[in-house]
Design a binder for this molecule. Structure first.
Ligand code: ATP
Length: 234
């Protein structure tokens, strides 16, 4: 696919001697929300970690706006406008919401101000003096996303943002993703909850055993249900 913002080609990755990704291809266009689906252990998180460069043993190509990310040291990757919200969220538990929001360095142009963040996440404003440990799972997830938005990232990688959250909070996270899409954000979402993902995904990739097994537009999800159930093991 031409004019992709992020282009992953024939990506192989290893944890030590363990070969986990086998020739992964992935494209994301500017402004697109792409969802990676697959069961536990399929390699979704590993794909995100390999793109970010947290996992260093990689072969293949990863290009962001044509720029080769494989050659960049980890601390330079965030400066390219790539943001990562890991499954474990990565907020500072001992600090308040406001302190968490004050901390991320502005690594690229266009980072949201704290005022903009509070506009997008009114509940974080209400909880601005609360310590990270006092937040609910949903609030922690929103804070984790908000911290990445502060950095000015234009492509965000989200690892299972809805995991373990109550349906009403899942809905709220979906609303946030829609609002980010409307602002032109490009999103790579890892999800097991495809009912949630279908509300935001422009395109799906299905992953199995470290390989991409299919890709199709969001509005074709229904015609891929049998395959989806087999890939997700549900
Ligand atoms: P999950 O939803 O469970 O996170 P996933 O699709 O994200 O699933 P990965 O976490 O990417 O899957 O795991 C892919 C494979 O890599 C699995 O076989 C897993 O056991 C293995 N793996 C993951 N992390 C490590 C690690 N730190 N060291 C060695 N192997 C790992």
């Amino acid at each position: 696919m031409s004019n992709a913002l992020l282009e992953v080609r024939a990506l192989n990755a290893w944890y030590g001697e363990s070969h986990v990704l086998h020739g992964v291809d992935l494209d994301i266009r500017e402004g697109e929300t792409v969802t990676l689906l697959g069961r536990n252990g399929a390699g979704k998180t590993t794909t995100l970690r390999a793109i970010m460069g947290i996992l260093r043993r990689r072969e293949g190509a990863i290009r962001l706006r044509g720029r080769d990310l494989l050659a960049l040291p980890l601390h330079r990757v965030a400066q390219t406008g790539l943001g990562y919200v890991p499954e474990e969220r990565g907020i500072f538990a001992s600090l308040s919401v406001e302190e968490n929001l004050a901390l991320p360095p502005k690594v690229a142009d266009g980072g949201m101000s704290i005022e903009e963040i509070y506009h997008l996440f009114p509940n974080l404003y209400e909880r601005r003096h609360s310590q990270g440990t006092k937040l609910s799972g949903g609030e922690q997830q929103m804070l984790a996303i908000a911290r990445i938005l502060r950095t000015g990232a234009s492509l965000i990688l989200l690892d299972e943002p809805t995991e373990g959250l109550a349906p009403v909070i899942v809905q709220r996270i979906g609303d946030v993703l829609v609002a980010l899409k409307e602002r032109g954000m490009t999103i790579l979402l890892v999800e097991q909850n495809f009912r949630f993902a279908r509300k935001v995904a422009d395109r799906f990739y299905l992953m199995e055993d470290g390989r991409m097994v299919n890709s199709f537009p969001g509005n074709e999800l229904d015609s891929h249900m049998d395959e989806l159930h087999s890939v997700l093991g549900v």
